[in-house]
Write a new protein. Structure first.
Lengths: 684, 175
């Protein structure tokens, strides 16, 4: 005991003198477990998360602007897709290209194939680096198996890696050891919508495992499109997933995961002047890891392999669809521990290996392939300076090396060796949380995030027809990452008098070296006697944004609940950004949301009203020959759900979106239709 | 550095404490205690006897102990536990056959007596009387309103054989 006390004292002094130095404190081990979200939420009376710092925290204490969408809110939304579910969060904007084609933007920076938002499921990225985007309809998750969706607004690359430049969404599912979630649901409705999802959980002293399967099918919205926009033949998805945890000893818990999903949808192709393509995607993943209580802390690994093959067809491509294969292998190792009573540390390393193949048939013989190695180290230090003041700092350094291992044509505008590149980049966060009373909380923070170029933006070549152009698309090997810096202040106040909680946030962010799509003509090249226009991408300039959100949320013991919010976002683009990307009008300047709900016995009634101001984005009506802003007017919409519980195990609900009009122009893309469906859910 | 930061924050830090000076034990307090105990390494489970430790010469202490006993009734389900109450006079704590002790407010120096007992018997001590946690007499103090706060005295917890996993420790206040 005495020796340990002396040892701890010496280590504490060292750590205080050189903050961030890793040190192991040797104490007895304790039972290792991944986070038991349910038990911790029951204890603290609020959701618990690890998404803010990598260490477990109550959502009211996280040093970042985080919103948690709970399982109750997911159910009450009536929706069975994740972008619609999270559309309630102020500061998020949903872009929609079709019945199952979505993009999600944060704080004014909206674009198809959103590259600034990192999306994870239980800590595994589902973000695909071909275009740097999320295949929302391809995520292999049953919405009835989601415990909570954690939304972080602002740069978070220091904790999550590159492409968490604008925010992070972590979808946390129920744990097969702690949560006996057995559920099945079917739904049918307009647009010939039919869905089915099921999750079965098995657990015992050895651990727990769960299996999820599901599918969705519907007809695409029958609304006006540009002549060169595609319409998918069979919008929908199918998925299967297994997640297991193994309690190998009281202090060691292993885990594994296997997933498969396939989808067809009509995404807005940011690489092709925002044409709408017909996309099919297949993704596979495998994951293993462990949590080990050792040395007074928790040593965790997360190792996964993602494979995706995406095919996109657009009429302008001369009948030759893109086929892109992206593989990623990630190994993450972290150690989190508490030093003394006031300091919590997390240190981590990450190794990423990605390779990218274009399987596309080309007009000239070439088969580009790119390999990327990323070595990263990161650290987090949370210092409880006083009972009411905490200071959290995080930093990450990435070293990326790229190499072109495939073959390009000869001649080529950029040679293969031009694509051998090294990128060194750092990211960081620093946040103060001050809680002067039990009811008030202030947070002030700075974040530096990194958006890396996608594979298509710094390492790929394709030669094909594009509309009237015969083009040699070659990515610019010298394009630099986009750096995002944001400054924010949040204030939270608990209002027991009106059974509510209010949050007000303001932010300012800068974005430098914004990367365009491949849309910049830079010359011509003759290959095998044919003249091709060379088109590439570039760092187009900078942009800054500012705005804020205010939200009042509460519930009464009598079953009434309310959530009213307003968000403001302003973006000013500089350089070539207005002409080539035009973020300024991509998201509504003003966005109002009002959600009301009431539970009466076995009945649940919920409604969501929204109003947003106009938006505009660049579109090309003629396959890339011209492009100009297309506008969407301000609009209001209404969604709702009525649910009824039949006994303890069954529930039936009728839901609808965009109820006030048959079609609504929610964006500069094709209008969406009113939808309604009936869902029957069984839970055991 | 720490003293400077505290000074800069002014009287607000000194005046405002996360833990109030006096309150009666509520059902929610019991629930929080039981659930928090569930995160201990050697967490009890099922039906257990909770010793309610009081000072018989102090009328307020007696009243509060009896109120807690009434609250628990024949057994209160809290988390993974069913808590069955047993009134324990401080001088008789040594011989009490219980899984955990709940220290009533107003014990004063009696808290130190219980600290010796919990160390000898390797049983946890829980309380809402935060000064008893701060002086090391009791391992864990809790507050449940307006929000849940958990305070653990690491020395007292170690002495009574109560250890918590790293993840849980990151979510509580430790002394």
């Amino acid at each position: 005991m005495t020796q340990n006390a002396v040892g701890r004292s010496a280590i504490q002094k060292t750590l205080l003198a050189v903050a961030g130095t890793a040190a192991l404190i040797l104490t007895t081990g304790a039972r290792a477990q991944s986070i038991n979200y349910g038990a911790l939420e029951q204890l603290f009376g609020e959701p618990v998360t690890t998404s803010a710092t990598g260490t477990p925290q109550r959502v009211s204490e996280v040093p970042t602007n985080m919103t948690i969408v709970t399982a109750d809110e997911i159910r009450q939304s009536g929706s069975r897709n994740i972008p619609e579910i999270i559309s309630r969060v102020p500061g998020l904007d949903i872009l929609r290209g079709g019945i199952n084609a979505f993009d999600v933007g944060v704080r004014g920076y909206q674009q198809p194939f959103q590259a600034r938002l990192l999306v994870l499921v239980d800590g595994r990225q589902v973000f695909v680096d071909d275009y740097s985007r999320t295949l929302w309809d391809n995520i292999p998750v049953n919405v009835d198996d989601i415990r909570q969706i954690e939304v972080v607004k602002g740069a978070a690359s220091a904790l999550f890696g590159s492409n968490a430049a604008g925010g992070v969404i972590n979808i946390v599912t129920y744990h097969p050891i702690y949560d006996n979630n057995n559920v099945a649901a079917i739904a049918a409705g307009t647009q010939r919508t039919r869905t089915g999802d099921a999750t079965a959980t098995f657990n015992g002293r050895w651990g727990g495992t769960k299996f999820s399967v599901g599918g969705f099918g519907a007809d695409e919205f029958n609304t006006s499109r540009f002549p060169l926009d595609s319409t998918p033949g069979h919008p929908g998805h199918v998925y299967a997933a297994n997640r297991s945890y193994f309690q190998l000893s009281p202090s060691f818990q292993g885990n594994s995961e296997f997933t498969y999903s396939t989808s067809e949808s009509s995404p807005l192709d940011s690489a092709d002047y925002y044409l709408i393509g017909d996309q099919t995607a297949v993704t596979l993943s495998a994951r293993v890891g462990f949590d080990w209580n050792v040395g007074g802390g928790v040593l965790s690994t997360n190792n996964f392999y993602n494979h995706s093959v995406v095919k996109i067809f657009e009429p302008t491509d001369g009948g030759l669809p893109y086929r892109l294969a992206t593989d990623i292998l990630v190994d993450q190792l972290q150690y989190q521990f508490k030093a003394g009573t006031d300091h919590t540390f997390r240190i981590g390393t990450e190794f990423r290996y990605e390779w990218f193949d274009s399987l596309t048939q080309q007009l000239e013989p070439q088969s580009p392939a790119t390999h990327e190695f990323d070595y990263a180290v990161s650290g987090m230090w949370a210092w409880k300076i006083a009972d009411t003041l905490t200071w959290t700092n995080a930093a990450r350094f990435d070293l990326l090396t790229l190499s072109e291992t495939g073959t390009l044509t000869n001649p080529a505008f950029f040679s293969a060796s031009d694509y051998n590149n090294t990128i060194k980049v750092w990211s960081g966060n620093s946040d103060f949380v001050y809680k002067p009373t039990d009811k008030d909380s202030f947070r002030a923070g700075y974040g530096r995030g990194v958006q890396l170029p996608s594979f298509l933006q710094n390492s790929w070549g394709i030669i094909q027809h594009f509309g009237a152009i015969t083009a040699d698309f070659q990515a610019n090997p010298k394009v630099r990452p986009t750096i995002v810096q944001d400054y924010s202040i949040d204030y939270d106040r608990h209002l027991p008098e009106i059974l509510s909680h209010v949050r007000a946030s303001i932010y300012y962010e800068t974005n430098t070296d914004i990367i365009t799509a491949m849309a910049i003509p830079v010359g011509n090249i003759v290959i095998n006697g044919t003249n091709y226009q060379v088109i590439t991408d570039e760092n187009a300039g900078s942009s800054h944004g500012w705005g804020g959100e205010v939200q009042l949320k509460g519930s009464s013991p009598e079953g009434l609940r309310w959530d009213a919010s307003y968000s403001l976002s302003r973006v000013v683009d500089r350089g070539d950004v207005p002409a080539l990307l035009d973020y300024q009008g991509s998201a509504p300047k003003h966005h109002l949301r009002l959600l009301l709900g009431y539970t009466m016995g076995s009945w649940e009634f919920d409604a969501k009203g929204e109003y947003q101001t106009s938006t505009n984005m660049l579109r090309s009506p003629d396959g890339g020959q011209t492009f100009a802003p297309v506008f969407a007017s301000p609009y209001a919409s209404l969604s709702g759900r009525i649910g009824y519980n039949i006994g303890d195990n069954w529930r039936v609900a009728i839901s609808g979106t965009n109820l006030t009009r048959k079609t609504t122009n929610v964006s500069p893309f094709p209008a969406i239709e009113r939808q309604a469906f009936l869902t029957v859910t069984g839970k055991w | 550095m720490r003293a400077l930061m505290r000074g800069l924050l002014g009287f607000g830090l000194a005046a405002i404490s996360a833990f109030p000076a006096h309150a009666d034990v509520t059902a929610k307090d019991i629930q929080v205690m039981a659930r928090a105990l569930g995160f201990a390494e050697k967490a009890p489970s099922g039906e257990i006897r909770l010793g309610i430790v009081y000072a018989p010469e102090n009328a307020a202490s007696v009243a509060q102990a009896e109120a807690v006993q009434k609250l628990l009734g024949d057994g209160l389900k809290a988390g993974n536990l069913v808590l069955k109450p047993l009134l324990v006079k401080i001088d008789e704590a040594t011989s009490a056959d219980v899984a955990a002790f709940l220290l009533i407010e107003g014990m004063g120096a009696g808290g130190a007596k219980l600290a010796a007992v919990t160390k000898a018997k390797q049983k946890p001590c829980l309380t809402i009387d935060i000064p008893q946690v701060q002086n090391g007499s009791c391992a864990m103090g809790i507050k449940s309103e307006p929000k849940v706060e958990i305070l653990v005295n690491r020395a007292a917890a170690d002495a009574s054989g109560v250890t918590f996993g790293a993840s849980f420790r990151m979510m509580i206040t430790e002394l």
